[in-house]
Design a protein around this ligand. Sequence first.
Ligand SMILES: *Cc1c(COP(=O)(O)O)cnc(C)c1O
Length: 617
Amino acid sequence: VLLAVMAGMYAVYHGPEGLQGIARRTHRYAAILAAGLTAGGVELTQGAFFDTLTARVPGKADAVVAAAREAGVNLYRVDADHVSMSCDETTGRAQLTAVWGAFGVTADIEALDAATEDTLPSALLRSDAYMTHPVFHAHRSETSMLRYLRKLADRDYALDRGMIPLGSCTMKLNATTEMESVTWPEFGQMHPFAPVDQAQGYVTLITELEERLAEVTGYDKVSIQPNAGSQGELAGLLAVRAYHRANGDEQRTVCLIPSSAHGTNAASAVMAGMKVVVVKTADDGEVDVADLRAKIEQYRDELSVLMITYPSTHGVFEEHVADICAEVHDAGGQVYVDGANLNALVGLAKPGHFGGDVSHLNLHKTFCIPHGGGGPGVGPVGVRAHLAPYLPNHPLQPTAGPETGVGPISAAPWGSAGILPISWSYVRLMGGEGLKRATQVAVLAANYIAKRLEPHFPVLYTGPAGLVAHECIVDLRPLSKATGVTVDDIAKRLIDYGFHAPTMSFPVAGTLMIEPTESEDLAELDRFCDTMIAIRAEIEKVAGGEWPADDNPLRNAPHTAAALGGEWNHAYTRDEAVFPAGVSAADKYWPPVRRIDGAFGDRNLVCSCPPLDEYDN
Ligand SMILES: *Cc1c(COP(=O)(O)O)cnc(C)c1O
């Protein structure tokens, strides 16, 4: 979503005229470049063009590319006889002169500018209006743009406001120190296909990060190419498939997945051409070992891989994980350990050592890259040596993966390399001891919350010692049944108290999954627990009949500032609505919208844009 926001704001700032101006200027430079080359006797083969030209230079492509590079411009060598080049809004006169020089052409740019027409084919020019929404016309000064961004940010509940206890998401601090370098031109302006000898800093950073991630996970080799955890899953499963094929085991296509797994696991397995067989969950939330054994036996000859999440999606360290891995290996299968929950393991245990053959990690969870709304992400895949030949590679960049690899999993050779400095900085700043301590504090924080909440809300799953891993699931189903107060009511009420809701109804319907991470200090953990306990007391008032079941602060949460205006016809006061225990008026977070019936809202989209007929001019 960060990348979508950046692109969207680019459009908001420039508007339709601005974007057209940028495009016209880009084309103008390409047209003048073309005119100079043609006048200098260079043959162009691309026909009509916008920003990209292709020149035919029989036998001389390498020499031209080398000469241009000498002058500070990268051209694209199509083959021994052809060179291609693009202009964009950053192209300037000096670059045109440099490119002409590389082709052995001298041209007078002023004269060409005066003599050259734009060559955009008129039949392709757009004539309809576009970007007609007022927001694309309102902000043309930096001040106005700044205020618009601020206004949007104020409506958001982000980590700079308070805890986002979303279980399975690891919403930890994205430190400014870690993030800052992403804006440096040395990182931000590197082209993904720049010649490797110009990207040695990046190569060093990528190599160091891959090596450190290999050390953290206990695997032999790591590829940072996948752009998401789910893409890492696909890459890992493709490696497993290629490995079985190389051993003549074409028929090994069954992927065993516990029913508690993250939804991406099954989707990735299907994309990798596998057949998904679901393994049951036992009453204690762990993988049902008897069912797993039966399935291993049933599919012994077709078993490709078991995908397990560790610690499990129920937030518990399963004690028999090593035995499970051994049994799968005995049957000729591989073990995929979904490592998205690595925040509970870093520095304490290594999936590559307790039985995993392959894992993905989520750098946008455990390693501090910001995320939300679906990215941006990096989902490195780590493998043991026997799978290393089947990691992703890239046809245009031989150094980006093994020659025997399965091909590219994302368009760029090193995926979302631009955000790797964040994770690299995190690992460097923390050091080995720091990373381990972060894990310990994250696990401690989750257990602190579990213990403080336990008397008020039962914790659904714990390990044998009564402890959870880095997150805990509180079970609201008995309460909901007894009082009618639902998981939605509690999640929305948390907003009135100034919290983002935890994960709702995943992986168990009617529950909340809470993950505090190591980033929240004791004061914030206590603020959260005190709030949950205060909400529990509110539920009591509903149960006791003090507040009606259909008109109470929980059912009507969250309360906006607008909701306070006008007449107040509720069974509770305005103060009870927006300033419940512990909420100060000065620090109040005001939600911008009231509750939308989730399922109804999803199916009945309402457009808050101006009506369509206003676009008509
Ligand atoms: C987040 C998560 C994933 C998927 O990662 P994406 O980057 O969202 O694709 C997979 N498995 C588990 C256990 C996760 O928590």
